[in-house]
Design a protein around this ligand. Structure first.
Ligand code: FRU
Length: 497
């Protein structure tokens, strides 16, 4: 397969910056047939530094066109994470009635104030575009929301709340989320606080998102609050939790007592959803930063650092009386399927190597359906899974341990890991398998994304094999199972002209 951007570990179907540093995705908004993706970017080095908003545009959510840097640091400070909306009614007055402006709301981070020991160095600012996001003008009277004296006061995610005809800003404030409202994106009033005594608190709260969803297959509506947290994730470092409840335009309430996680891998952070997806589409589209602050600045790439996850649709499901926010790859990704094969169904016991013909596992999509109990005599294997291997003895394992009801991914022997003490390891989540299990994999040059049973459970992990994985093995220990269906596709590079 031909590679575009042929550097080692350069993702071929994930978005990555052309060069230098990237972290959080920012300001995702859909307008006039275009998906915008902005991102935390330092164009002068491959580690974190003075933050800018990088920019890319896609017409299909899959192929991206790099754009010039959208927002540069200014005399007020650096440009931290935030969101963007279409101001359809020109409530801000920053466009005109027949040409709604795109408005970005972001955190201004003033390093000098921080270094001088002040606590109010983060505030919220606004910028707008009158030319479909191509150029951006900073609002003249920034900041629009001043800091009351709290060190962590950032990552505004703004959405239109139709019932009260107001904009709602969801802001991460230290160990909680605060909600603000505004008629015009400029004047903000504090409404309420949520979360200081709920959910996970192993680290600071960051990059929240708030939206309403219909429960799949019902008329019930639930409000979802995403909150990223660093550190304190279920498998270490950065991760994203979520709360399900109700929002009345002023307060978020929930009956949820347990902590829920969007992803159990180590590499899906600071993800939020697209604004202004047309109602006729109706999907909630999400993308995350495919890295982890535990090692992001040390990963073994030089020209650029880090990528986004594949775009996903979030779907709220009720399973066994429990609500689960599931993630599935967007169907648009099917356009990069190249050659595909379906493997014959077969019984697996012990270890077998899959005959994937000339499809290289390294840039592929694989869909497995397993029948775990293959007859009345057999309770299914105690442990089973999929192993990606190379000729150097390195591997990436995906497995299920039924004796412990535990699903895991394991990159302890995945390849390069000496760049950080926090990288190698096994990641797990408690999970109760039924009689069947579906595992859907997306494997790029340096990542594996695992969607179990239609996204009820997700693991996103980066990995750096010193040579491409070129074999796929299945194993079943102490018992057998049936591989009922297995489809494998090689995927085209999204950068292919
Ligand atoms: C999350 C984060 C945000 C902040 C940005 C700075 O990864 O720490 O809270 O706005 O990165 O780059």
């Amino acid at each position: 397969q031909q590679k575009f951007y042929a550097e080692k570990y350069r993702p071929q179907f994930h978005f990555s910056p052309e060069k230098m540093w990237m972290n959080d995705p920012n300001g995702m908004v859909y307008y006039d047939g275009e998906y915008h993706l902005f991102y935390q970017h330092y164009p002068d080095d491959n580690v974190w530094g003075p933050m800018h908003w990088g920019h890319a545009i896609s017409r299909d959510l899959v192929h991206w066109q790099h754009q010039p840097v959208a927002l540069y640091p200014d005399s007020l400070g650096m440009i931290f994470s935030g969101s963007a909306v279409v101001d359809w009614k020109n409530t801000s007055g920053l466009g005109s009635a027949n040409k709604p402006p795109l408005v970005a709301i972001y955190t201004i981070h003033n390093r000098e104030d921080e270094e001088a020991g002040r606590n109010d160095f983060q505030s919220q600012g606004v910028a707008y575009s009158q030319d479909k996001g191509r150029t951006w003008i900073k609002y003249a009277n920034n900041p629009v929301l001043k800091n009351p004296g709290i060190r962590d006061f950032r990552d505004p995610k703004v959405t239109w709340f139709a019932d009260s005809e107001k904009w709602i800003m969801t802001l991460a404030v230290q160990d909680r989320v605060e909600f603000y409202s505004s008629p015009n994106l400029i004047d903000w009033t504090k409404e309420s606080e949520f979360g200081s005594s709920l959910g996970a608190h192993g680290g600071v709260w960051e990059c929240p998102d708030l939206f309403e969803m219909k429960v799949k297959g019902s008329d019930e509506n639930v409000w979802v609050l995403l909150v990223s947290i660093n550190p304190g994730g279920p498998n270490g470092g950065s991760a994203t939790q979520y709360f399900l409840g109700d929002f009345d335009g002023s307060e978020f309430t929930t009956e949820q007592s347990e902590t829920k996680w969007l992803d159990y891998g180590r590499d899906n952070y600071a993800g939020v959803t697209w604004s202004d997806i047309p109602e006729a589409d109706g999907r909630r589209l999400f993308i995350g930063w495919m890295s982890n602050w535990s090692y992001a600045t040390a990963v073994p790439t030089e020209k650029w650092r880090s990528a986004t996850t594949i775009p996903r649709e979030l779907i709220l499901e009720k399973v066994n009386n429990e609500y689960v926010l599931t993630s599935v790859p967007v169907t648009e990704l099917e356009i990069i399927r190249d050659e595909g094969i379906e493997l014959p169904s077969q019984v697996v016991s012990g270890q077998i190597q899959l005959e994937t013909a000339n499809i290289e596992p390294m840039r592929s999509e694989m869909k497995f359906s397993f029948q775990l109990k293959n007859d009345s005599q057999n309770d299914g294997p105690e442990e089973f899974g999929i192993v990606l291997k190379n000729n150097r003895g390195e591997d990436f394992k995906i497995g299920y341990l039924s004796t412990e009801s535990m699903f895991y991914t394991d990159r302890s022997n995945g390849g390069l890991d000496s760049f950080s003490d926090n990288f190698a390891g096994k990641h797990s989540a408690e999970y109760r398998a039924g009689e069947t299990m579906e595992i859907h994999l997306f494997i790029d040059e340096a990542s594996v994304e695992v969607f179990v049973d239609g996204g009820l459970l997700v693991f996103t992990d980066i990995v750096f094999p010193t040579e491409p994985y070129n074999k796929v093995e299945l194993f079943a220990k102490n018992g057998s199972m049936k591989l009922q269906k297995c489809e494998v596709w090689s995927l085209k590079s999204i950068w292919e002209p």
